[in-house]
Design a protein around this ligand. Structure first.
Ligand SMILES: CC(C)(COP(=O)(O)OP(=O)(O)OC[C@H]1O[C@@H](n2cnc3c(N)ncnc32)[C@H](O)[C@@H]1OP(=O)(O)O)[C@@H](O)C(=O)NCCC(=O)NCCS
Length: 368
């Protein structure tokens, strides 16, 4: 079968020309996510997807689709950073289960490599997911990244495709999930969280103060917060990714906050402030989308290098989770992703009750 590959314009609104095609492409994304995970926790409303895909001064987007007899059956999204990482583009490909093994991904990949190269990009980074489930028998072949941490099933379609297309496996992340329902029902669980928080707070209190905000960083903290967000781009273990430090300032923070709010997302941020200098020493972010209030994402958690070793990571995370239990009574699950070699962060998560639910392979290709 031959597919028609084309670039879709990203309309400003769903009512604008191209809105119907965009909605169909968003439906393909949701169907692929459902097929992969067997649940809809990563489903995004079409308006949320549209907001996320709008170009900003920080990131351009290219949306490519494959059509079979006029119907959109596969997507490829390229995200092209504009302020930093100017050699790099980030790629995601999704093919409807009913249209696999017919060359759609291969054709979209070639199309997007050409797009990336024509924007002057020579490094393509991509991620693919696999469930942790009963198929992980002893005889299943696994790939091990050069970090030596974590494994990814070698027979997963994404792995076969990526290796064949010249990508290297450069890192494996663990996807973990925390069941807030259990935590809520079980008094011990809530007390456990409280105990983790107060134990960690005891190690840091005196020298550090905990503060928090929702959705919008207070004006007097935004410069410090931008530095934390910048460090988050390269401080966590990067495996073999050629990731360069991102450039963050108050303007970028505000643009990101506005995009999130416009897309119906809300966030809870906790930060620690170093008492003697007044500077922010670390932060953590929980985020959720309006269309799925039960599902929360644990985003960044960072403590600046010079402030590590005071249990600030645990303090931040436990405190923000307790806030989420109070402020988001309909939240049920928290998802997070960590590099398998990030032993410190994984230990904190396991202590908080997170359990492994999936594997994410990090792929990288240098275009010749
Ligand atoms: C991975 C994915 C994009 C492949 O899409 P596809 O259109 O089926 O891929 P293609 O038909 O172009 O396959 C190209 C080659 O990859 C390999 N391949 C693809 N799927 C495979 C599978 N299930 N098992 C083994 N090899 C596979 C084969 O070598 C295939 O060539 P062949 O069919 O001639 O043998 C699709 O399975 C998918 O959408 N998965 C979920 C999302 C994802 O993981 N995306 C990739 C990360 S961005």
């Amino acid at each position: 079968m031959t597919f028609t590959i084309e670039q879709l314009p990203i309309p400003a609104t769903l009512e604008a020309p191209g809105g119907n095609d965009f909605a169909r492409s968003a439906a393909v994304s949701n169907e692929v996510e459902h097929g992969l995970w067997g649940h809809d926790d990563f489903r995004l409303d079409v308006r949320e997807r549209l907001t996320m895909m709008q170009p900003t001064p920080d990131r351009e987007r290219v949306l490519g689709v494959a059509r079979d007899r006029g119907e959109i059956v596969a997507n490829a999204r390229l995200s092209i950073p504009q302020r930093d990482n100017l050699r790099t583009a980030y790629l995601q490909i999704e093919v409807l289960p009913s249209h696999r093994r017919r060359g759609a991904a291969t054709a979209l990949l070639a199309f997007m490599e050409h797009q990336a190269a024509s924007c002057g990009r020579s490094i393509i980074m991509s991620w693919s997911d696999a469930r942790v489930d009963g198929h992980d028998g002893q005889d299943r072949p696994f790939l091990v990244p050069p970090t030596g941490a974590g494994v990814f099933p070698a027979d997963d379609a994404s792995a076969v495709l990526a290796l064949q297309a010249g990508f290297d496996l450069v890192q494996v992340d663990r996807q973990s999930v925390l069941d807030l329902g259990i935590l809520r029902q079980d008094q011990d669980g809530t007390h456990g969280l409280e105990a983790q928080e107060s134990e960690a707070a005891a190690a840091g209190s005196g020298e550090y103060t905990l503060l928090g905000w929702a959705d919008r960083c207070p004006e007097h903290l935004v410069g410090d917060y931008a530095l934390l967000r910048q460090r988050m781009s390269t401080d966590p273990p990067l495996g073999g990714f050629a990731q360069e430090e991102e450039l963050w300032d108050a303007g970028r923070i505000r643009r990101e906050e506005e995009t999130s709010l416009a897309g119906g997302a809300s966030s809870l941020v906790c930060a620690v402030q170093h008492a003697s200098t007044g500077q922010l020493a670390g932060h953590t972010i929980l985020e959720r989308f309006g269309s799925r209030p039960a599902v929360v994402y644990q985003e960044d958690t960072l403590v600046l290098k010079e402030h590590r070793g005071h249990r600030l990571g645990m303090w931040l995370k436990a405190a923000n989770l307790r806030r989420a239990l109070d402020e988001w009574p309909d939240a049920r699950r928290v998802y997070t992703w960590n590099a398998e070699e990030n032993t410190f962060m994984l230990a904190v998560n396991v202590a908080l009750g997170f359990r492994a639910a999936g594997r994410t392979a990090g792929w990288q290709k240098v275009l010749s």
